[in-house]
Design a binder for this molecule. Structure first.
Ligand SMILES: C[S@@+](CC[C@H](N)C(=O)[O-])C[C@H]1O[C@@H](n2cnc3c(N)ncnc32)[C@H](O)[C@@H]1O
Length: 270
């Protein structure tokens, strides 16, 4: 998932290109990866496919169908928890992530769990895989939410998919953009325009971007996917399940009862 703890540093909203976004986010994810895995590792599980902070689990949801024997690419795989579940389920899975440190945690968990996910370090906008070499692309809050030109990301994903291949990705729900990162009811006051596409940018002491997170509306996501040649099969907004008490940044049971926290696109390559 991509929610950040408030940095306490200087924050701005501005237009940032993809090259800058990827450069600063690689450094940022390398810096925060140890804390991220320490904090969220139990929730993610070493071999487990959790789609979202609502706890939607692929073992129950079956959004990808039967993956046994399928060539599956997990983009923005982080430490590969989802990809490892795919391997354990019989898929020929591989992961890619921008952050070397996240992938190092993946190697550690491979050894600890005895389930190995092959991975590559790279970006969703330039995948190091042959065209039409993959049956399924999936992502749980990885890669996609960190891209400015999402049309180019979908085009690249479609390139590596065979015709009729499937792409399922979960994303922070775009309505979250309007609210502060506060999981309680007091965080439910609109504080930003849903239509403001400038990126959330954290600045370092020198005033340079150190982290950037773009924003796209639901309509932007659908238009970008369709523009790249995908057909939208389902658009899912998982509800917060009763009894689920885990809080993750701005996601939590109080707010989860009122507004959606996750958007899932289920796409097929035409
Ligand atoms: C919130 S994590 C998602 C990973 C995993 N599902 C999880 O919940 O930990 C986001 C991941 O996206 C990766 N990422 C960010 N920008 C990316 C890009 N342009 N291409 C590929 N991965 C990227 C980050 O390095 C990070 O590991």
């Amino acid at each position: 998932m991509s929610e950040r703890e408030p940095s306490g540093g200087v924050v701005d909203y501005r237009e940032v290109d993809d090259a800058t976004t990827q450069r600063v986010n690689r450094g940022d994810w390398d810096r925060i990866s140890d804390d991220y895995q320490r904090e969220h590792g139990d929730f993610l599980r070493d071999v487990g496919f959790v789609w979202s902070p609502e706890g939607l689990d692929e073992a129950d949801a079956h959004l990808l169908g039967d993956v046994s024997g399928r060539r599956v690419l997990e983009v923005g795989c982080g430490a590969g928890q989802c990809g490892r579940w795919l391997v354990a389920s019989g898929a020929r899975a591989v992961g890619i992530d921008l952050s070397f440190r996240q992938l190092q945690h993946g190697r550690r968990i491979d050894a600890e769990s005895a389930v190995r996910l092959p991975t590559a370090c790279g970006t969703i906008t330039a995948l190091p895989f042959a065209s039409a070499s993959v049956d399924v692309v999936c992502s749980a809050f990885g890669g996609f939410p960190f891209v400015v030109d999402i049309g180019s990301a979908f085009a690249e994903v479609r390139r590596v998919l065979r015709r009729g291949g499937v792409c399922v990705c979960s994303l922070p729900h775009p309505v979250k953009w309007m609210f502060p990162d506060d999981p309680t009811m007091s965080g439910l006051t609109v504080s930003r325009s849903y239509f403001d596409r400038r990126s959330y940018v954290e600045l370092d002491e020198a005033g340079q971007p150190s982290y950037a997170e773009p924003h796209h509306t639901v309509g932007d996501w659908v238009a970008a996917a369709m523009g790249a040649g995908f057909v939208l099969r389902r658009l899912l907004e998982p509800a917060w399940p009763p009894g689920h008490t885990d809080v993750w940044g701005g996601w939590g049971p109080e707010r989860g009862r009122m507004v959606p926290g996750t958007l899932i696109l289920d796409l097929v390559s035409s």
